[in-house]
Design a protein around this ligand. Structure first.
Ligand SMILES: [Zn+2]
Length: 365
């Protein structure tokens, strides 16, 4: 997509020029980058590997209509104050502003103690933010530093870990909804039952299955709406898990059990023949969060097939429990048990996406 950017977009926009404009606006944090009526956005990928998206005025309007239709808890005629926490603003989002719908962008680059005051002032009815930020806000709410009264909370931009979903949901006493959106488009969202459905009313999504059970897959998306930058059979490296049972909401759109993370975060263990075997992030996640009820926060990093580090925050000492959970898992599958190091989990606010399961090891497999 990025290599052939100039040929793929239908407005004759030059990649280098567009990238230049987008990077400048990110640096100055004045997010008004466009060429004529075409807005330019950047994905949050690592530099050198960043995606760029283009949308015309018409596409922006459609997108705004679709996202409001799908995400507003009530009629469009009811007043809503939406707070949107993002790494970078985009005039895409500002196109959502109207008399009834107030929209405010909160810059994730600002420290949380500054953000919390701005947010309290605004007191949104709908709060959209990455789960790492929602979790920090939930903590502030619990400590009575803020008193927010949102009627809908939507997690976006990062994997929503069950441990965070539970914490945020309990503090704000409501279901945490999810938007599945990336550079390539608005791909899915939760229904009233909390199930993520893919937006197959305007996307054609093929599944590239990753397991024998045919539950995990990479989505291959074709967007039936976008023309400025057509998205045709574009394979994403997000690992999605199909929901086995039908969702009670009755939607025919594919129901997703969970968005697990990126293919980059697949772990590798060695089997008894010394062959590297990929382990999906969810297997790692389950091992950790089911080890003990006293676990509060965690992150697991794989440095190599022989070494991983678990960062844990917990009321009790649970490293032995986690260690034996992995030993049990490896022995049942015939894997060599990697060395597991334990450290205390500490979260530092950052513009990087928070990942609870992260692989630093890049396999050639
Ligand atoms: Zn549903």
């Amino acid at each position: 997509m990025m290599t052939n950017f100039n040929n793929i977009n239908t407005r004759g926009i030059d990649k280098d020029e567009a990238m230049d404009i987008a990077l400048k606006s990110e640096k100055t944090r004045d997010f008004k980058s466009s060429i004529d009526d075409v807005v330019i956005g950047l994905s949050s990928g690592t530099s050198g590997n960043r995606g760029m998206f283009l949308a015309s005025d018409d596409e922006k309007a459609r997108w705004a209509g679709i996202i409001l239709a799908k995400m507003l808890p009530t009629s469009i005629l009811k007043k809503q104050k939406i707070a949107l926490f993002l790494r970078a603003n985009s005039n895409l989002y500002e196109s959502l502003n109207s008399k009834k719908i107030k929209f405010q962008f909160f810059d994730l680059i600002k420290p949380i103690d500054e953000l919390k005051l701005e947010l309290q002032d605004y007191n949104p009815s709908i709060l959209v933010a990455p789960p790492s930020l929602l979790r920090m806000l939930a903590k502030k709410q619990l400590d009575n530093e803020i008193n927010l009264t949102p009627t809908k909370i939507i997690s976006a931009a990062e994997v929503l870990d069950p441990i965070d979903e539970k914490y945020i949901g309990e503090v704000f006493n409501q279901k945490v909804h999810q938007i599945y959106q990336c550079t390539e488009g608005f791909l899915g969202h939760t229904c009233d039952h909390g199930t993520i459905h893919l937006n197959e009313d305007f996307l054609y999504i093929e599944k590239k299955f990753l397991d024998d059970e045919k539950l995990k897959f990479f989505p291959i998306i074709t967007d039936l709406e976008r023309k400025t930058q057509p998205i045709v059979r574009y394979e994403l490296n997000d690992i999605l898990t199909l929901k086995k049972d039908a969702c009670p909401c009755g939607s025919h759109n594919t129901a997703i059990e969970q968005i697990e993370g990126r293919a980059d975060d697949i772990f590798y263990f060695r089997n008894d023949q010394n062959v590297l075997v990929p382990i999906f992030p969810d297997f790692i996640r389950r091992r950790v969060i089911t080890s003990s009820d006293s676990i509060k926060e965690y992150k697991v990093v794989q440095e190599s097939p022989e070494k991983m580090t678990a960062f844990i925050q917990s009321d009790e000492e649970i490293s032995d429990l986690i260690h034996s959970s992995f030993v049990e898992f490896c022995e049942s599958k015939g894997f060599k048990v990697p060395e597991i190091f334990f450290e205390t989990y500490e979260y530092t606010q950052s513009l990087n996406k928070m990942k609870r399961i992260e692989s630093l090891y890049k396999s050639d497999a």
